[in-house]
Design a protein around this ligand. Structure first.
Ligand SMILES: N[C@@H](CCC(=O)N[C@@H](CS)C(=O)NCC(=O)O)C(=O)O
Length: 214
């Protein structure tokens, strides 16, 4: 039996599922998946039967006698970082790590206008749609600044926000997909980072699996 089970929603739309799935994949741990049609009544009922919130994602750690359930995307990422301290899921430098945690929490709790107006849809292309909704331009400008500032201050050792791939990249991966779909104007630093993430092997693995779900 694999060490973990991850319960996720339809990959095409489930931005919250994408984040911890990328991190789980990065650990190299063995896992299987339960993919729920989380927007249907049946999928919601299945999610409610599996976890306490009725939402996806949910992680089940099966390595213990009594399996441990962890819910909510950022809690799952933190749990995996604790289980796999040698996988570099957070940056090793304290200041970089503090920043990575801050921007990850900022994504988890913020950017509501952007998340509402620019829904993630891996396979759609709607250039310009939703960009003039209230608050969206401000959210995009803030994310652009995050990409630029992290790349400039911490990203010298590689193409990701903190050089190598961390939880922060996973937290922003659905935004990268949204930027491809809605094509806002981005600074050069941000556009380069978006290109890096679109070519990332984990991001592509998620997309390939999403195509198989269609
Ligand atoms: N704060 C939660 C949000 C989870 C969430 O809203 N998941 C959506 C799918 S992306 C869901 O399960 N929706 C089903 C529903 O609302 O019933 C997290 O970070 O995991």
């Amino acid at each position: 039996m694999p060490d973990f089970t991850v319960v996720i929603g339809s990959r095409q739309w489930s931005s919250w599922s994408m984040r911890p799935w990328l991190v789980l994949r990065q650990t190299g741990a063995s896992f299987d998946e339960v993919v729920l049609q989380h927007r249907t009544a049946a999928g919601k009922a299945e999610a409610a039967a599996l976890g306490p919130t009725g939402l996806v994602p949910l992680l089940i750690d099966r390595r213990t006698q009594v399996p441990i359930k962890i819910w909510d995307s950022l809690a799952i990422c933190e749990y995996l970082a604790e289980c796999y301290p040698d996988r570099g899921l957070w940056p090793s430098d304290r200041m970089a790590r503090a920043t990575a945690r801050s921007i990850s929490a900022e994504m988890h709790s913020g950017f509501r206008p952007l998340r509402m107006a620019l829904a993630m849809d891996l396979f759609e292309h709607f250039p310009g749609a939703g960009l003039d909704e209230p608050g969206v331009a401000e959210d995009i400008a803030r994310i652009d600044a995050i990409f630029r500032d992290c790349r400039t201050a911490f990203g010298l050792g590689g193409p990701y926000l903190f050089g190598h791939r961390t939880i922060a990249d996973a937290m922003y991966a659905p935004v990268v997909s949204r930027f491809r779909t809605y094509e806002p104007e981005l600074s050069e630093h941000a556009a380069e980072y978006v290109a890096t993430m679109l070519a990332d092997e984990g991001f592509k693995a998620w997309e390939d699996a999403a195509r198989r779900e269609l």
